[in-house]
Design a protein around this ligand. Sequence first.
Ligand code: GP9
Ligand code: MN
Length: 638
Amino acid sequence: MNYSTKTYIKSIFLPLLLAILFAAQNEFFNLWLDIYSKTYSTRLFLAAFALGIILYGPALLFNRSFKFIYLFIISFLVSFIFSAQFLYYRYSQSFLQFSAIKYFGQTQGVAGTVGILVTPELLLFAANFVIVAVSFILSYRFLSKKRENNAEAILPNWEKLILILAMALIVFFGYKYLLDTEKKEWGSTSRLYTDVYDLKALVGKMGIMNFFLEDTFKYILRSNLVADADINFLKTFARNRTQLSQDKKGKYFGTAKGKNIIIIQVESLENAVINKTINGQAITPNLNQLASEGIYFNNFYSQTGPGNTADAEFTTMTSLYPLPDDVVFINYAKNQYKALPQLLKNNGYGTYSFHGDVPTFWNRSNIYPGLGYQKAYNLDDFVVTRSVGKGPSDLGDEDLFFQSLPRLESLKKPFLATVITMSSHTPFILPADLQTLKIPAETNLTFEQQQYLQSIHYADKAIGEFIDGLKNAGLYDNSMIFIWGDHGSYTNISSALGQDKNTISELAGSQVPLIILGAGENGIIGAPGSQLDVYPTITNFLGIQTPKTVLGQDLFNPETSKETHFRVISGGIDAILTENLAYRANNDGVFDHGFCELWPSKEILPISDCKDIYKKQSEEVKASNIIIRGNLLNLLNN
Ligand code: GP9
Ligand code: MN
C-alpha cells in the first residue's frame, strides 16, 4: 500500500465509522423505545446513514485541527440530542421538538426524574463522542512522532472531489430510498413532511435525528410567518373585542358549579344519523334517547382542518380555530394556550383524557400537558380484550368505556374527563358479530356507507353502556355530559339518508350533533353553533369566568341573538351561518362570487347583505391564525 492510499483510508475511516455508528444509534434508539418496526429497518438505516454522512462527512475536507474541532462540535450535539430525545421520550412518550427546547428541563418533574431515567443505553449515544476523543488523543501522539519529518498529509483536491461525489451519492440514495418506499406504500410522500400525524411511524421510518432536523427546519421556516402588520392587526382586534362583555352572567350561569364534566368526543359521528332508521332499526338508539333527555343541538358544526380528531380537540378545548394548512397539535404544540382543562385545573378540577391510541399519535403526549391535562390514559393503559376495527388502533369503544369507568370512579372529584372514541374510524370495519344492524341486500347505500352505519351503531351501543355505567356508579347525577362528533364521516351519508339539502348542503357532512346532559332541561335547539362554542358554554355552566382568549360564544348566551356563526376550513371561509343569514363561498374564494341567503327561508339576497358577517368572521379567523402562528395568545388578554 503506498503512502497516499494509506492516508486516504485513514482519513475516511473516522468519519465513516461515525456515520455508521450514527445509523446504528438511530436503529437502537427506536429498538429500545419500542418504536422499531422491522418493515422500516432498511429505510431507517439508509436515511440515518445519509444524515450521518451529511453530519460527519465534511470533516474529510478539513485539515487536522479543524477536523477535530468540527468533529467534537458535531459529536457533542449528536450525543446531546440523542440523549435528550431518549430521556424525553421515556419520560413523556413524545419526541422533543425544537419549538420546545426552551421548556426542556422545565417540564414538570423532568429535571427531577432525569436521574431515574438515566440508564446504560445512554452510553451508546455518547459513543461517538468517546470515539472522537480517543482518536484525537491517538492522533496527537502519532502526530508528535511524525512532526519531525513533517509527515501530516491532507488529501489532495481531486481526492476530495471524489469523496464529495461519493458522499453526495450516498445521501441521495439514502433519502431516495425513503421517499420511494413511502410512495410505494401510500401513493405519495406527503406523510413524511406535510401530512404528518403519526410521529411514531415517522420516527420509525426516518429516525429520530432526521425527524428532529425536519421539525427544526419547519420551525425556523415558519417562525417568520407573522409580520409586524399581523401583530398590529391582532392588537386592534383585541382592543375592539374588549368592548364585548366577558363576564356576563347569562342563562345557566353557575347551575353546574362543582359538577364533573364528562366529554365524549365520538369518532366520525355525523348529525345525519341521529333519529334515523334503516330497515326499521334506529341507527343510534342510545344517542337518540340521550338527545331527547338532554339538550340537543341539531345545527352544530365541526370546524376541523388537516388535524381531524386532533383539530376537534384543539378547537373545543381552546376555542381557537384550527389552522387551514397545518396541524396545530403537531406544529404548535408548545405554544401558550389557555385551554379549558388548564382553566378547570386552576379551579380545583382533576383533568383527564381517555383515548385508546398510542400517545404519539397527533403528538398528543406533547401538547396535552400544556392544555392542562393532568393525566392521559392511552393505549398502554387499556387491555384490548378483543380486536375491533381497522382504525389507528384496535381498542374497541366498549373496552375503552368499560375500562375508563372504574378509573372515573376512583378519581378525585370534581374532574374533567375527555373520552375520545375510535371504533367508528374509517374504513369502518368491524368484526362480523358486532355488525348488528340488519341492512337488506337491496339497498341504495354503498358498501362504505353500510359499514359506517354498522360502526356508528356499535359506538352508539358502547356509549349507551357507558351512560348506564355512570348511572350505576353514581356519577351521572354529579356530572354534566357533553357528547359531540369530531367531524363528519366523509361518506356522503347525509344525502344517502335523505337529509334535507340546505344552502350550504355540501357542508352537511360537517354537521355533527351536540348533546348536553345534566342541564336540568331538555329540548332541541336549531340555532347554529360550532365546536368553537363548547368552551364558553361549559365555563358558563360551571360559573367560571370565560377568559378573553376564547373566540367562540356561549351557545345559550350569544353576544347578540343573531351572531352565532360558524366556519368550515378548507383554506378560507367556506360558509357562515347566523340565525338569519347563510353565506357560502364560491370555489374561487372571492367574496363577491359567493352566495348570500336568508336563513332558513333560502330567499336569495344580494351578496352585499352578507358583507358584514363575512368581514367579522374573516377578521376572527385571521386573528386566530396569527395567534397560533405567532404564539401570541397573550395579546388577546390586553
Ligand atoms: C386516533 C384518532 C385518529 O388517535 O384520533 O382519528 P383521525 O384524526 O384520523 O380522525
Ligand atoms: Mn376523527
